[in-house]
Design a protein around this ligand. Structure first.
Ligand SMILES: *Cc1c(COP(=O)(O)O)cnc(C)c1O
Length: 363
């Protein structure tokens, strides 16, 4: 069986270690997973009260339009209901965008390192992927603009960027939009939007109607803590959304996911507490890294890309033996780095102790 040619050079997504496997392999009883940027504080407690009543409704197809969630979200974001598209995680929206706008030999521009699913789906559509190295973790927007040519259909901006954590400053973003040709779709992936410091939170959504070629992606997977249920969304011009809706599967978000997202959206107190605790714990962890003399990229997220004195793989294995799962990033063009999700206070303090012991090994 021959698939698309490009598939011979690609591999399925390699997910982080599963906790049970690690426990068995190293004889550990407790594992702390800091590898997928999940919310260590869980999700809104309000789900406990309202979700059980959904039992008995699962034989029906969901409302593919997600009307209830759509209405709530549109009101919250101050956009029109027809400016929203939902996906089974923003991952699926990345796939839908690529399927809608990319085709063999169309060009797409993105940073490197960045979220790998952009290039993954672009390659499957046969597109040419142009990757522009980040500078100290930040997107090099000037070089990205230079890379845009007549064949370019989609440009990906990830802010804050995964895995570096750095945001695109708002004025730099607006300047980029000024110079970017209007027939090129700009995807602004804000998966970590809720974690951005209040004083630096971009207000781009307020101007979304002025940019018909802009699609903003957000998700319920990260700060909202609903990664297991799979809901993400895109915000953009209604014509753009209508096009994506042709490609979107009719029942792509489940009845349970829609309901949970709607409940979680109402609990903004949980989001505020998550933001506050993350910021405090991240700052404390940064001070600990400073003491070790280890650098890290500027982060406006719930993770840090930490530059370590050994390969990322070696640090990964060392931490694994101590019950901590992190993400080595050597393989995505960041030698000697690991990406560490900011966990609970106590876990991060224990991690500091383990890292300090590592740094003293050679002394
Ligand atoms: C986690 C993540 C996503 C995907 O999240 P979903 O769970 O698919 O909604 C998208 N973009 C970035 C940058 C991410 O880190």
């Amino acid at each position: 069986m021959d698939g698309k040619q490009i598939l011979n050079q690609m591999a399925p997504y390699k997910q982080g270690k599963q906790m049970d496997d690690v426990k068995r392999e190293f004889g550990l009883t407790r594992i702390v997973k800091l590898a997928s940027n999940e919310n260590p504080f869980g999700h809104s407690q309000k789900l406990r009260d309202e979700l059980p009543e959904m039992l008995g409704q699962f034989e029906r197809y969901p409302d593919g339009h997600a009307a209830t969630l759509r209405k709530k979200l549109a009101a919250r974001l101050h956009v029109e209901e027809n400016q929203l598209v939902f996906g089974s995680g923003s991952d699926e929206l990345v796939q839908i965008i690529c399927r809608t706008f990319l085709y063999p030999n169309a060009k797409t521009v993105m940073a490197t390192p960045t979220f790998p699913q952009y290039s993954h789906h672009a390659l499957i559509e046969g597109a040419n992927v142009k990757e522009i190295p980040t500078k100290d973790g930040y997107h090099d927007l000037e070089s990205m603009l230079d890379a845009i040519d007549a064949n370019t259909k989609v440009v990906w901006l990830c802010s804050p960027n995964n895995p570096t954590g750095s945001i695109i400053p708002e004025d730099a973003f607006y300047s980029f939009m000024e110079h970017c040709p209007k027939d090129v779709l700009v995807v602004l992936d804000e998966a970590y939007y809720e974690y951005i410091d209040d004083e630096r939170k971009p207000t781009i959504l307020e101007n979304i109607s002025s940019y018909p070629n802009l699609l903003v992606l957000r998700t319920f997977s990260k700060a909202y803590g609903l990664a297991g249920l799979r809901v993400g969304y895109g915000i953009g011009n209604e014509d753009l959304i209508a096009k994506l809706d042709i490609v979107r599967g009719p029942f792509n978000t489940s009845i349970l996911a829609q309901k949970a997202a709607a409940i979680a959206l109402d609990d903004q107190q949980f989001i505020e507490e998550t933001y506050r605790m993350n910021r405090q714990i991240r700052t404390d962890f940064e001070r600990a890294l400073d003491k070790l003399g280890w650098s890290y990229d500027d982060s406006q997220t719930n993770f840090l890309l930490v530059h370590v004195p050994v390969s990322g793989e070696e640090m990964f294995t060392y931490l694994l033996k101590h019950g901590y799962i992190v993400r080595p990033c050597d393989g995505i063009g960041c030698p000697n780095t690991v990406r560490i999700t900011i966990g609970k206070k106590q876990d991060m303090e224990e991690l500091q102790t383990i890292l300090t012991a590592f740094s003293q090994q050679g002394d």
